[in-house]
Design a protein around this ligand. Structure first.
Ligand SMILES: Cc1cc2nc3c(=O)[nH]c(=O)nc-3n(C[C@H](O)[C@H](O)[C@H](O)COP(=O)(O)OP(=O)(O)OC[C@H]3O[C@@H](n4cnc5c(N)ncnc54)[C@H](O)[C@@H]3O)c2cc1C
Length: 309
């Protein structure tokens, strides 16, 4: 089977989630990559060095500069004439492209796969991760989104894929790029951080989040996260949210501070290697998934912990 993996990049480097998608694709067969963008020779070279990659298709065109899915999906659909499966990381942009490709190919999309069980058989979470479904496809072409935390990352070096320019595609004339405001932070990205410190509703305000959660994260070099309740209450921006409708994370260590452990939150973090929970209610559901639990008032315990690190 020939697979085509869409490469998520920032103009110079390949995002980690792509490396996990490459591992998933390699379980199906030969791995080809698609690097789309403007001025992407450098990224194409980086992509060609990913272990196990056979070919890198490079679509260098101003129409692909901002990942407008309306432009990228027809390009992919054309390339799919010579591929059997299209694979993307289940990131915001990946999830914006894949369904359009599935629609153009008139096949179903299999979302958020956790494992490859056979050529056409995959597992994926349902009911907020409380059950795992095995899904088989009989479609002529496969369209898959891959949960990054479920697959090891392919080695970024050691490969020697051939690079081939693609002339297909261009501006579909359906959308245009207006602008973007990207939050800048020195901190590690939430989805690839090794340590995450998340705060919940219990913090009570944005000031308390800054005062209690941020210093602990600073000491640990951690990314910042939050429950939806904390986001909805305006303590932190939207992109901090971990959970079913936020980011799916699986760091080495996840701190859940003043978070009850609702199933929608657990759906986003329960695969973390070590979960540390601090909550004043010993019956809080978070303690059912925690490896280390501390029943305490966070306003005392967290500053004390931060002070001791
Ligand atoms: C469709 C849908 C999607 C959702 N998606 C998400 C999602 O992606 N992510 C998400 O997080 N939620 C999501 N939710 C919301 C989820 O159901 C919960 O409402 C939310 O996670 C609760 O956030 P919390 O744990 O911060 O608040 P609470 O449930 O209010 O918990 C606060 C906790 O803090 C503890 N506490 C209070 N004071 C202190 C103190 N001084 N010291 C220590 N502990 C203290 C309390 O004992 C309690 O356990 C979703 C809900 C729905 C319906």
């Amino acid at each position: 089977m020939k697979t085509l993996v869409w490469v998520e990049h920032d103009g110079s480097s390949v995002k980690d989630a792509t490396l996990a998608a490459v591992t998933a694709a390699s379980k199906l067969g030969e791995v080809h990559l698609l690097v789309a963008g403007e001025g992407v020779d450098g990224v194409a070279k980086v992509a060609s060095e990913i272990a196990g990659v056979g070919k890198v298709h490079v679509a260098d065109n101003a129409a692909f500069a901002h990942n407008l899915p309306e432009n990228i999906a027809p390009l992919v659909a054309e390339l799919m004439a010579s591929h059997d499966a299209f694979v993307v990381p289940a990131t915001t942009t990946g999830k914006n492209i894949a369904p359009r490709v599935a629609a153009l190919l008139d096949v179903m999309q299999i979302s958020d796969i956790l494992s490859v069980e056979g050529d056409r058989s995959f597992t994926r979470p349902i009911y907020a991760g409380n059950a795992i479904a095995t899904v088989e496809s009989e479609d002529a072409k496969l369209v898959l989104t891959v949960r990054g935390t479920a697959f090891e990352k392919a080695a970024a070096t050691g490969g020697s894929g051939t690079v081939e320019a693609v002339s297909a595609g261009g501006d579909a004339g359906l959308s245009s790029f207006v602008g973007s405001e990207i939050a800048k932070s020195e901190r590690p990205e939430l989805t690839s951080a090794k340590i995450i410190v998340s705060g919940g509703r219990a913090l009570g305000s944005s000031e308390k989040y800054q005062e209690v959660i941020v210093p602990l994260a600073d000491k640990l070099g951690a990314a910042l996260g939050a429950s939806r309740a904390a986001v909805d209450a305006g303590y932190v921006p939207n992109d901090y949210q971990v959970g079913q409708t936020g980011k799916i994370v699986a760091p080495d260590v996840y701190f859940a501070i003043g978070i009850s452990g609702a199933i929608q939150h657990l759906a986003g973090m329960k695969d973390s290697k070590t979960i540390v929970a601090i909550n004043k209610d010993e019956d809080a559901p978070i303690f059912q998934v925690a490896d280390l639990g501390l029943v305490a008032d966070l306003f005392n315990a967290v500053p004390e912990l931060t002070g001791k690190i």
